[in-house]
Design a binder for this molecule. Structure first.
Ligand code: 26Q
Length: 831
């Protein structure tokens, strides 16, 4: 009998896909023929779901028997994007379902386009978690993600008169075929209340009686690996009231209060905080963090106990947890509470187990972005955890005092105060804060940064005191991205060309094989094919620009892209300034000179946190400049600027394959890693960038001379900031400032704070050193133009980028985590 991918993976012999899709539409949705693309999507997704669940069940049956060590990736964010395309490709069902849809008169690409993004994350950190899940499953590593099933994910961004407007992301209303509710998996999570000491059988125990309790309800999201039978899991928690209605209150006629309790519970998993930098000290945010950590740890411990009883000393051989930034750091205190208060272990034994099980990844350089919670807030919401953190801190500072015994007492006291987990708020001496990064470091076995330069900054600056004491705790794990979603599936044309050329598709899970393309980098006929693919992808992006802005763009132009969250440190503003400068130069040129100019289509996209005023002004500046440039008959064939609204994972999948130049121009030392830079590199897009984050390693792999690197280095930043007041700005810069201030793009008053923020005499004092890098940036842009005029050289570089991207597969990153930090080994179910 012929075996389809579905039968080898899942086992369930199924009806032909077209029949199955029609059945799903008939019996789940009551539809009979005449489907829209959205209908076809739902029918297809519910059909594919069954194969996914078969594979999931098989994998978990295998893991239950084998009982391997598991890695649990704890993250407040998982930015998954769409699932249909990824699932059918990863399961090897693409051909079967594409054919089925064709037979029914539909096109897979259009059908897949009807899916809503699962946008349960802000940006880099959340998308990294999603790429990691793909790699863990592909590498057969026993591992789950744990997070929150937000009812509303990242807000939808719309533009109104060029200003950002936020709209709720209502993503669950048509149902979610990619999740399975586990009605048998629920845990209680408590908040507030009081803590008492009681004697039980002569032993003193601590009892926490919360004043508020909610239920965490599990939803499983199967994660299919590629080219393997493994399907792992992302378990997300939904918050529900303890009882459907508080019956007591209801019977007493207090209907309002019963409803309020319900709302209060549901609020916990209602919405993702759209803040990707400065943490808001909102209590609800802390509640979300504890909510998912508490449910996840209870879940893991209950599975452990079902197999190993109370032999908790072997917990570190069976489970480890990766803390994705400090967001889940309350896990340190929660694991202690569960082991000591609930399971009755003694403190020291529990502490040994806890620190063996936990590891922490830092994603941030900026000190103001490090999470700190007021002791007052923590003590009220999590009184027992606050006590535990105090005891941890007492033990820690006592240990430190011994460890630093050789120092003079004054120096010693200073060092201890600087490393105390609980410390004064430097801006408000009345307030005490819990430093979550310090708690994470003290409570973990390993601490890592996300790119080489960033890990050095973690060691030498951010956590230097700790590094001096535990040098071997600190590691680097350079980020990566999944080559499935970010090359093979989003750019099937390029993937086919690569496979043809290398004679194998093995590069999809062994990206080092892409290095084989270097041999073809200067091959004219290969370059022609390479260029044809880029042109086809540019045509798709042009169609999207047409759909959104109504404009036809010159498809021969250089497509120049900057897509990422809007942030001052990422310096979209610097990009806009150079575009204005280019515009002014073009205006001055004679027709002959203009004929020699390299035409550009510039695209900027990204969301501003809703309360980030300066970022919103930057968006408005982009749209205002675009309005002037795109309508000017003198220049409109040579320069365009478009802001693409609602940048998200799906949009990235269209934009990145079409990009020829991408911008990664953060102030050196501020972007921890960046991951879109890796996606662009994989798709043969040249990079203009600063010596920052993973740009450095990308340049090393691609050949530094193939990258347009500019600007000051991280080591110089502190000194340059001190000298800002004496910095002499470039005359071209001064001219641009006068233009914006003078109303060349309208909205004078609204743009004034932007102008002030980069003025060396004003409060902002150009903290991100735009003025310092301005001249070098314009020069690098001239190099870009010169290179683009030499298409053979441009294409050679483009090929060298893809060829050099092997290191940046998240498979490599995950292998390193598995070996150096997690100590988990692959366990593959039989096909
Ligand atoms: C914290 C507390 C309260 C509210 C929100 C937050 C919060 C949420 C999200 C703080 C930070 C984030 C996200 C940070 C982030 O995405 N960092 C990026 O992580 C990437 C993956 O490592 C790096 O490539 C980027 O350089 C880094 O900016």
């Amino acid at each position: 009998a012929e075996k389809t991918a579905a039968t080898t993976r899942g086992g369930a012999a199924s009806v032909p896909a077209p029949v199955d899709i029609a059945n799903k539409l008939r019996y789940l949705f009551g539809r009979n023929g005449d489907y829209t693309n959205a209908d076809a999507y739902h029918g297809t997704a519910w059909s594919v779901r069954e194969k996914l669940i078969d594979s999931f069940n098989k994998t978990h049956e295998h893991w239950r028997k084998e009982d391997p060590k598991f890695i649990y990736y704890l993250s407040a964010e998982f930015l998954m994007g769409r699932s249909l395309t990824n699932t059918v490709y990863n399961l090897g069902l693409q051909g079967e379902y594409a054919d089925a849809l064709n037979q029914m008169g539909y096109e897979m690409e259009k059908v897949a386009d009807a899916e809503r993004d699962a946008a349960l994350g802000n940006g880099g950190l959340g998308r990294l978690a999603a790429c990691f899940l793909d790699s863990m499953a592909t590498l057969d590593l026993p591992g789950w993600g744990y997070g929150i099933r937000y009812k509303y994910g990242m807000f939808k961004q719309a533009l109104k008169n060029g200003y950002q407007i936020e709209q709720p992301d209502i993503w669950l209303t048509s149902g979610n075929p990619w999740e399975v509710r586990r009605d048998d998996v629920k845990f209680e999570v408590g908040f507030g209340g009081r803590v008492e000491r009681r004697k039980v059988n002569g032993k003193e125990v601590t009892v926490w009686t919360p004043s508020e309790k909610v239920i965490a309800q599990a939803y499983d999201n199967p994660i299919p690996g590629f080219d393997t039978p493994t399907t792992s899991n992302l378990r997300l928690w939904d918050a529900m009231p303890l009882t459907e209605f508080d019956l007591g209150a209801f019977n007493a006629g207090d209907y309002d209060r019963a409803m309020l309790d319900r709302e209060r519970a549901e609020a916990i998993s209602a919405v993702l905080y759209p803040n990707d930098s400065t943490p808001e000290g909102k209590e609800l945010r802390l509640k979300q963090q504890y909510f998912f950590v508490c449910a996840s740890l209870q879940d893991v411990l209950s599975r452990f106990k079902a197999v190993h009883g109370t032999a908790f000393e072997s917990l570190p051989d069976k489970a480890c947890f990766q803390l994705n930034d400090t967001h889940p750091t309350i896990a340190v205190a929660e694991l202690m509470r569960l082991l000591v208060d609930v399971e009755g272990l003694d403190w020291d034994q529990a502490w040994t187990i806890t620190t063996k099980c936990l590891n922490y990844t830092n994603h941030t350089v900026m000190p103001e972005a490090l999470e700190k919670w007021p002791v007052k807030v923590m003590a009220k919401m999590l009184p027992r955890h606050m006590e535990i953190i105090e005891v941890i801190n007492e033990g820690w500072t006592r240990w430190l005092a011994g460890h630093l015994g050789d120092l003079k007492s004054e120096e010693r006291a200073k060092r201890i105060a600087a490393m105390s987990i609980i410390h004064e708020n430097p801006w408000n001496k009345e307030e005490m804060l819990v430093n979550m990064a310090y708690l994470a470091v003290v409570g973990s076995s390993a601490v890592n940064g996300v790119a080489a330069i960033h890990s050095n900054i973690v060691k030498d600056e951010i956590l230097n005191d700790f590094y001096q004491i535990f040098p071997s705790k600190f590691q680097n794990k350079t980020n990566g991205v999944t080559p499935r979603r970010w090359l093979a599936w989003c750019n099937p044309e390029l993937a086919a060309l690569i496979t043809d050329t290398l004679g194998t598709s093995e590069w999809i899970n062994d990206t080092e094989k892409l290095a084989g393309l270097r041999a073809y980098a200067s091959d004219k006929s290969f370059q022609a094919k390479w260029s044809a693919v880029k042109k086809a992808k540019k045509a798709k992006l042009a169609a999207l620009i047409k759909k959104i802005h109504g404009d036809d763009v010159n498809q021969e132009a250089l497509f120049d892209i900057q897509i990422k969250r809007i942030h001052e440190y990422k310096r979209q503003y610097l990009n806009v300034l150079s575009i204005i400068w280019r515009y002014k130069q073009l205006k001055k040129m004679s027709p002959e000179e203009r004929r020699k100019a390299v035409p550009r289509v510039c695209v900027i996209g990204g969301k501003a946190a809703s309360a980030y005023d300066m970022a919103k002004r930057i968006i408005r500046l982009v749209t205002a400049v675009g309005d002037v440039i795109n309508r000017d008959p003198d220049t409109k064939d040579l320069l365009r600027l478009y802001f693409l609204p609602d940048y998200n994972v799906s949009l990235a999948e269209t934009i990145i394959p079409a990009a020829e130049l991408s911008q990664h121009i953060s102030t050196a030392g501020t972007e921890a890693s960046g991951t879109s830079n890796m996606k662009f590199q994989m798709n043969g897009c040249l990079i203009i960038g600063t010596w920052d984050g993973a740009n450095i390693e990308i340049a090393e792999e691609t050949g530094v001379d193939n990258v347009f690197v500019f600007g000051v280095r991280a080591e110089e930043i502190n000194q340059l900031r001190k000298e800002r007041k004496n910095f002499k700005t470039d005359p071209r810069w001064d001219e641009l400032m006068r233009d914006i201030e003078g109303g060349m793009f309208g909205d004078k008053d609204y743009f004034k704070p932007l102008v002030d923020s980069v003025n060396n005499m004003k409060v902002g004092n150009d903290w991100f050193l735009l003025a310092n890098d301005f001249a070098a940036y314009l020069e690098a842009q001239e190099e870009v133009d010169a290179c683009y005029k030499d298409q053979a050289e441009w294409l050679r570089r483009s090929i060298m980028y893809t060829a050099g991207s092997g290191k940046f597969s998240s498979d490599r990153t995950i292998r390193e985590y598995a070996e150096d930090i997690w100590h988990v080994k692959p366990s593959r179910p039989s096909a």
